[in-house]
Design a protein around this ligand. Sequence first.
Ligand SMILES: Nc1ncnc2c1ncn2[C@@H]1O[C@H](COP(=O)(O)OP(=O)(O)OP(=O)(O)O)[C@@H](O)[C@H]1O
Ligand SMILES: [Mg+2]
Length: 307
Amino acid sequence: MTPAPKLPDHLPDLPGFRYVSKFSGGAMGEAHLYHSTIPGQADLVLKVIRQQALHSGDSLVRARFLREIETLKALDHPNVVRFFGHGEHAGAPYFTMEYCDGGDLNEYMRDRPALPLAEARAIILPVLAALRYLATAPVTAVDRDGGTRPEVGVVHRDLKPANILFGGTVAARLVKVSDCGLAKAFRAAGWSRITDRSQVGGTPEYMCRQQYHDYLEAEPEVDVWSAAAVLYFLLTKSPPRDFGRGNRLTIIETQPVVPIRARRPDVPAQVAAVVDTCLDDTDELRFKTAEEFEAEIERAFTDSGVI
Ligand SMILES: Nc1ncnc2c1ncn2[C@@H]1O[C@H](COP(=O)(O)OP(=O)(O)OP(=O)(O)O)[C@@H](O)[C@H]1O
Ligand SMILES: [Mg+2]
C-alpha cells in the first residue's frame, strides 16, 4: 500500500462556495463545511475519505468509488441527504453533500433523557419514509470493470443515530438520513471495512445478526432492523443489546436483544410488542420492508393514544 498523503487542514474554495472549517472526523472520512457565496444556494459538506479507510490507493479504484457516488446523485427525497458532486484532493477522493445544520441524533440525545413516545414517533416516521424510498430508488450499479447497469434499491447498511441528521430550517426541521448508498460505494471500490471480519468498523450496536453474518448480501430488512434499533435508542437511550463488556461482534452473535420494557416499563405493551418483534434476530427477521414495520408500529402508536 502506498503511504497515505497527509490531508491539509484547510481545503481550497470551490466554485460558488467558500471553505469554512473541518467540523468532524468520522470513521471513514473527515467532514468539512463550505458556505455558499451565492444567495439562496444552500451550504454544503465535503467529505474526504480517510486514507486509512482505503485498502488500496489505486487511481482506478478511486475512480470506481467516485463513479458510484455519481450514481447516488440520482437519490432525491426530502428525508435523504442529497449528494452533489465529487472529486479528488491530494490523492484522496471526496464527495459533497447537502449540509444539515441541526446536528445528528446522537448529539441530540446526548443531553436529553429518553424521549417521550410522540417525539420518538415523529423522528422515526421520516426515517422509515426514507427507507421506503431507498428500497425502490433507481440507481446505477457499477461493475468491477467499470461497466454500469440500472439497478433498483439501495440498502443503507449503516443506519444509526450518527447518520440521522436534522436539516430543513429551524422553523420546519426535516429528519434526513445520511450516507445512503455509501456502504455500497465503498464495497464497489473494495474498501468495505465490514467485509473483513477482523476489521469491522462503524457501530455494531445498530447491526442485526443477519447483517453481520452476510454483509454482502444484506437485504433491505437489515435497515428495518436498524430503524427499530434507533427507535429503541430514542426511547431508552440504549441500543437493543447490552454492550457493556466483551467483544462487540461476539455480543451480536451470542446475546439476545433486551425487551424494551425491561429498560422502559412505560412503553405501551402494543408498541413494545412491535419493537421487540422487529428486533428479534434469532431466526429470520420478521419485518422485511419499512412499509410493514411502519404499518404495525403506527397501528400500535395509534391504539396506545400516541400521536
Ligand atoms: N451532511 C452533513 N451535514 C451536517 N453534518 C454532517 C453531515 N454529514 C456528517 N455530518 C456530521 O459529521 C459527523 C461525522 O460524520 P461521518 O459520516 O463522517 O461519521 P459517522 O456518521 O460518525 O460514521 P460513519 O463514517 O460510519 O458514517 C456526523 O455524525 C454528523 O454529526
Ligand atoms: Mg456518517
